[in-house]
Ligand binder design. Sequence first.
Ligand code: ADP
Length: 246
Amino acid sequence: MSVILENISKSFNSSKAVSNFSYSFQEGKTTVLIGPSGCGKSTLIRIITGLTNPDEGTVEFDGTALTQQNINDIRRKIGYVIQDGGLFPHLTAKDNITLMAKYTGTDEKIIEERISELTSLTKFPEDKLSNYPAELSGGQKQRVSLMRALMLNPEFLLLDEPLGALDPLIRYDLQTDLKEIFGKLQKTVLLVTHDLNEAVFFGDKIILMKEGSLIQEGTITDFINNPAEPFVTKFIKSQRSTIEIS
Ligand code: ADP
């Protein structure tokens, strides 16, 4: 799916959270959006998913601009995973995953087949499908959240700091599995993180944001060798414990 942001701006109380942001996501590739806390990442994601209206600009999916009229149709093509998973605590893992499919009247047999595909794809133990979120580990919850996002086979997958709350070992395993999943699915993926190491691991392209604006897009090599401004180098150096540059 082609996803294009055109001149998006959004202010809160006269302070700009997103400023004149344009970007065209590469189809079938993973783009990582990175930037310091408060730079406008979540606001941009909320605009892409239609949860927040921009003051200016448009979000286009396959050439169609997102509007209040088509938002429900477009949302069905977007899978969305948030940091804490956002699972309903009173529903089992399976009911969380299948909620939307049941709501849209998907056949029970198709739902069962899809669950089986997804548990195998995400390496989630089938015997835990009847557990409630509180009875799952952090990593398992995120695998459920990912299955829920993938249930209706979305064309665009958006993950907002999906690994941020996990301890390092679980995070490492899930990073490895997620990358394998993205490779298999070949969907257009946008992953948000503030961790440069993670951005380098996942990103076919990395886009760096500062104070609401897109500062640079490219690979880590571009960022290191041709920084668009001193902030790029400073941002990389601030994470030097994981990435060494001279
Ligand atoms: P990030 O996700 O990169 O941490 P955010 O998009 O959450 O950044 O925030 C960008 C800026 O917009 C911040 O200065 C934040 O305080 C402000 N902001 C975000 N949402 C709101 C809101 N609903 N009301 C007022 N200010 C907001």
